[in-house]
Design a protein around this ligand. Structure first.
Ligand SMILES: [Zn+2]
Length: 338
């Protein structure tokens, strides 16, 4: 046991050195809670939403730690030397896949952890997924931009914007945890069922809120391309996004693209646009100003807020988003529904 530990440690030190050379930002102080030990399954997730879902299914049988926490953007996360060590004792590592967290597969490989990497969206049947044409464009806000032409063929990874898709992720998490620890199958099944019921109620509530929005107002212009599943589920049309249609070579959309986006907003009759927390909302605001339309409060799409924010759980995140959208587009959210 000790030998194994020492061997792993040496391997990690040398890998860390390699990563350290490659990292282009100084390591920050980070919060990575100590493993409490015992026989709870140790699980690592890529980002805050996944952490919540795995904790919901795993309950007391698991300890879940996430590379990217609340208020952290998984698209632009930069792996740090200490990240390799985080996977050593894990039973499984969960990600979304389809380049949502493009740094994860390489990090997982470098760690040489025996823990499998499960990319949940990539485990779903292809026909249940929507096309994504711009995963790489999420990298705006980065200092580095590269050509990733092959990414244009990947499905859109933002499937949690449709609650029924999240329910499929919960099923996958339950199946995976049950495979790893079959003796806890009943616990996982019970936890998953309780969370699924919560999601079913949430979906129903959001459908009812959205039903108050006049059909002709159901149009979205957002920060980045993250609303495809949402639009499909709730009957919206995605007019465009500030960053999603920008070139991969520049940080912000160029002058020509901005003109085109403004024209699209005018043609569509959109009166209000929706920036997202964290993603570069400067571009959205600039476009809104030039198009002379209103700007709604920030939506949360790719991660949770801190506990005192409006999106501290997945259900609160979706309620916050839908409430914001409904109220900005002429619908109403009844107080007793809140
Ligand atoms: Zn995104």
């Amino acid at each position: 046991m000790y030998f194994l530990f020492a061997k792993n440690l040496f391997r990690l030190i040398s890998l860390s050195a390699i990563l350290l050379l490659a990292a282009c930002q100084p390591p920050e102080a980070e919060v990575w809670p100590e493993n409490p030990g015992g026989n709870r399954l140790q699980i690592v997730t890529s980002f805050s939403l996944l952490q919540e879902w795995v904790e919901a299914v795993g309950g007391d049988a698991v300890v879940v730690r996430s590379f990217v926490g609340p208020e952290g953007d998984p698209h632009t996360y930069q792996a740090r030397p200490g990240d390799l060590r985080k996977m050593v004792d894990a039973a499984v590592v969960f990600g979304i896949g389809f380049e949502f967290e493009s740094w994860l597969p390489r990090l997982h490989r470098s760690s040489e952890t025996p823990a499998p990497l499960i990319l949940l969206a990539e485990s779903l049947p292809a026909e249940s997924l929507l096309d994504g044409h711009h995963c790489d464009e999420h990298e705006h806000g980065h200092d580095h931009h590269h050509h990733h032409d092959h990414l244009h063929d990947l499905p859109d990874p933002h499937l949690w914007m449709d609650i029924r898709m999240t329910q499929k992720l919960i099923d996958l998490i339950e199946a995976e945890l049950t495979t790893i620890q079959p003796e806890q199958a009943d616990v996982f099944a019970e936890n998953a069922k309780a969370y699924q019921e919560k999601l079913t109620l949430l979906d129903r509530q959001l459908v009812s809120w959205i039903s108050t929005v006049p059909e002709e107002n159901r149009k979205l212009f957002t920060g980045h391309d993250v609303f495809a599943y949402f639009a499909e589920r709730f009957g919206f049309e995605v007019i465009g996004s500030a960053l999603g249609s920008a070139s991969t070579e520049t940080k912000d959309p160029g002058a020509g693209e901005i003109r085109e986006l403004i024209q699209r907003i005018r043609d569509s009759g959109v009166q209000v646009v929706f920036p997202e927390a964290g993603s570069d909302s400067r571009a959205v605001r600039r476009i809104a100003e030039e198009a002379d339309v209103a700007v709604a409060p920030d939506l949360y799409t790719d991660y949770l807020s801190l506990p005192d924010g409006p999106a501290y759980t997945y259900t609160e995140m979706m309620r916050h988003n839908v409430r914001t959208i409904v109220e900005a587009l002429g619908g109403t959210v009844a107080d007793e529904d809140e």
